[in-house]
Design a protein around this ligand. Structure first.
Ligand code: ME8
Length: 639
């Protein structure tokens, strides 16, 4: 069986997930789902990068120890992915014990082979960044991040002999044209390699940074964060001895954005070569999402949060937009206007319309049952079938080349051809003439087949829409169970199957109303005031002792579907029982910060003592825990 392994970068835990993280992870998800559709055995890895200066500093600013801080932000990533329908097999953290073991194993191996040496380094050091800069990295002699001239400093450190592998790397890139792709990034790496490569400093003295993996051969040092992070790609396969490593390493593709081209295009292949393993098969490099032509920025308030968009426009509209709008490799601009435009035209008008027209006609003319092909196909039928089959072929050609937009364009050509087919054949006219019932059956059957094929072809991009469409066509398969060979074939609907007209797949969105709606508070039900509770004075409110706590441990309460038993750190450890088991798993909630009413009288639920109450909000089936905007020290009072 063919195999496929895709990874995303492991994201730093110094910032919350944004649209850029979502894009790379959705791209990897599409690749994974596509290869499953094609019958491959796959492995899909994502996770978080948790050591190093940046994280230690962010934790300090939040007044937390680095591990609790990393637990919290890592949890935000881990919880986001299922909500974007990401099909990863493992979520790796660089603080996982197996990762620490593999990093130390690799360091020792490369050290034993003589490729790590100890040396005193004299160089230009930026105090703000806490790192050395090479002349080439400076802009007008200054650190590009701090706009300050670095100072001369001397430090003894460990170095990886990266320079030794320079010639090999150039030859490898030249001999394998799609090792780094698209070509512009391959050229960028080759251009960099035209200059002599310096050795890579891979340690930090503990007195300067303790938040890292200790070097196995010298505990006065921790590992430089990139040497640690890159190794995650083999830890996840149980390197060196695990069967996964032998199965999946030879077919690995890493997916990243252009910001981390150098560590992936240069450090990683040379490290892996020094370990004695062949490097990855492909490095897939995409461009940047820009907001108002610029970088996303917290201070300018232009950070785009995936769940905000998903809650406004739906998950599949969000996934479709990202994949259709960006040409892989180039930058793209993000705007809500552009997203709504695509939603209304491609999804509501084209796909949504085709599906609802087809099902409405099936309901009207054939009592909602799939009719047979009753007449020989004519030219128009043949053209429709040919277009559908062409879209299927394009999918198999374009997705492996990362041309997601092209694959979608050809699926949409088929959708538009089917809409035109309806207009040209005018089934409503045939329906008036009993002598042409056979032709009407064939027409509707063709349309149902196109819709079914489209559902299968969009499954890697929009898995839940695919499932909804198939379900309503009477096919009860999960999108991950679909297989191209058996499911992307014309004509396999079963005659007589009942289809379900249902509601429209993608209601149109009015952006203006949406924006106004966002500003408005939700309207209370007719005639009722929004707040009915009696007013209280501040003294009564003050009697509530509410604290921020970090969940240290969580487990299900035996024999209860609803209850979780939590241990929450609020400066002291509190056992609390919370009615959240139907929406939150114990693994999801450990590391999260919650708001706890700390002076509630103890109570027993299902025989388990609860000393406090975790605050949550319920909106229909949506149960959300209240959590501070940024991590804070456990025990801080809420006022
Ligand atoms: O670099 N547009 O983590 P990170 C598109 N921990 N993609 C974007 C983006 C944007 N505007 N901004 C970020 C790190 N990304 C390291 C990686 S891997 C061994 C270690 C995405 O949290 C894109 O995938 O800064 C980019 O490469 C990644 O986030 C950087 O994530």
């Amino acid at each position: 069986m063919d195999r496929f392994y895709v990874s995303t970068p492991i994201y730093y835990v110094n910032a919350e997930p944004h649209i850029g993280h979502a894009y790379t992870t959705i791209v990897a998800d599409v690749l994974n789902r596509f290869h499953l559709l094609m019958g491959f055995k796959t492995f899909f890895l994502t996770g978080t990068d948790e050591h190093g200066d940046k994280i230690a500093q962010a934790a300090q600013e939040a007044g937390m120890d680095p591990k609790s801080y990393a637990d919290h932000i890592s949890g935000l990533f881990r919880d986001l992915w299922p909500r974007l329908n990401i099909s990863n097999d493992r979520f790796i953290r660089t603080t996982d014990p197996d990762h620490i073991r593999v990093v130390q194993y690799v360091l020792q191996k490369v050290h034993d082979a003589g490729d790590i040496y100890f040396s005193t380094y004299r160089g230009l050091y930026c105090v703000g960044c806490e790192r050395f800069y090479t002349e080439r990295e400076l802009v007008d002699g200054k650190c590009p991040d701090h706009d300050k001239e670095p100072v001369e400093r001397e430090e003894a450190n460990y170095f990886f002999r990266m320079s030794k592998y320079q010639d090999w790397l150039v030859e490898h890139i030249e001999a394998n044209p799609d090792f780094i792709r698209p070509e512009r990034y391959r050229n960028e790496v080759l251009a960099f390699l035209r200059e002599p490569l310096e050795d890579l400093c891979i340690s930090r003295p503990v007195e300067r940074l303790s938040w890292g993996i200790p070097l196995p051969f010298d505990h006065r040092y921790v590992t430089y964060v990139w040497f640690d992070a890159l190794i995650n790609y083999i830890t996840a396969l149980d390197y060196p001895d695990g069967p996964l490593f032998h199965e999946f390493w030879p077919v690995v593709q890493h997916t990243i954005a252009k910001d981390i081209l150098k560590p992936h295009g240069i450090y990683w292949p040379t490290i892996i070569r020094a370990v004695g393993i062949t490097p990855y098969r492909h490095l897939n490099v995409h461009g940047y999402w820009k907001i108002n032509e610029g970088k996303m920025s917290k201070s300018k308030g232009t950070v785009v949060r995936p769940l905000d968009l998903v809650s406004l426009y739906g998950l599949d509209a969000f996934r479709y937009f990202l994949l259709r709008e960006m040409v892989f490799g180039l930058d793209a601009g993000f705007s809500e206007e552009a997203l709504v435009q695509r939603l209304n035209s491609d999804l509501a008008n084209d796909l949504g319309n085709l599906f609802s027209r087809t099902l409405a006609m099936t309901a009207r003319y054939f009592d909602g049952k799939v009719p047979p092909f009753d007449t020989e196909p004519d030219d128009m039928d043949r053209e429709l079938i040919a277009r559908t089959e062409a879209a299927a072929q394009q999918l198999t050609r374009e997705v492996p080349k990362l041309n997601f937009h092209k694959a979608l364009v050809s699926i949409w050509e088929c959708i538009n051809a089917a809409n035109r087919y309806i207009d040209h054949t005018a089934p409503w006219n045939l329906a008036r003439d009993p002598a042409r019932l056979g032709r009407l059956k064939t027409l509707i059957r063709n349309l149902l087949e196109v819709n079914r094929m489209v559902a299968v072809l969009i499954a890697p991009f929009m898995p839940s829409t695919a499932e909804t469409m198939l379900h309503r066509l009477g096919i009860h398969k999960k999108s991950l169970e679909l297989r191209f060979d058996t499911d992307a074939r014309w004509g396999i609907l079963i005659e007589g199957t009942t289809v379900d007209k249902g509601e429209s797949l993608f209601p149109r969105v009015d952006l203006q109303q949406q924006k106004e709606g966002k500003k408005e508070r939700p309207k209370p039900a007719a005639g009722k005031p929004a707040v009915e509770a009696p007013l209280i004075d501040f003294d009564l409110f003050k009697q509530l002792d509410m604290r921020i706590g970090t969940v240290k441990h969580a487990e299900r309460v035996p024999r209860s579907d609803r209850l979780l038993k939590l241990v929450v750190d609020i400066g002291e450890e509190r056992q609390v029982v919370a009615g959240i088991a139907q929406t939150h798993s114990p693994e999801q909630i450990v590391g999260k910060q919650v708001v706890l009413v700390a002076n509630l009288k103890p109570a027993k639920l299902m025989g388990v003592e609860s000393r406090g109450m975790v605050l949550a909000v319920k909106d229909g089936d949506n149960l959300c825990l209240l959590t501070p905007e940024k991590p804070v020290r456990p025990g801080q009072p809420v006022s």
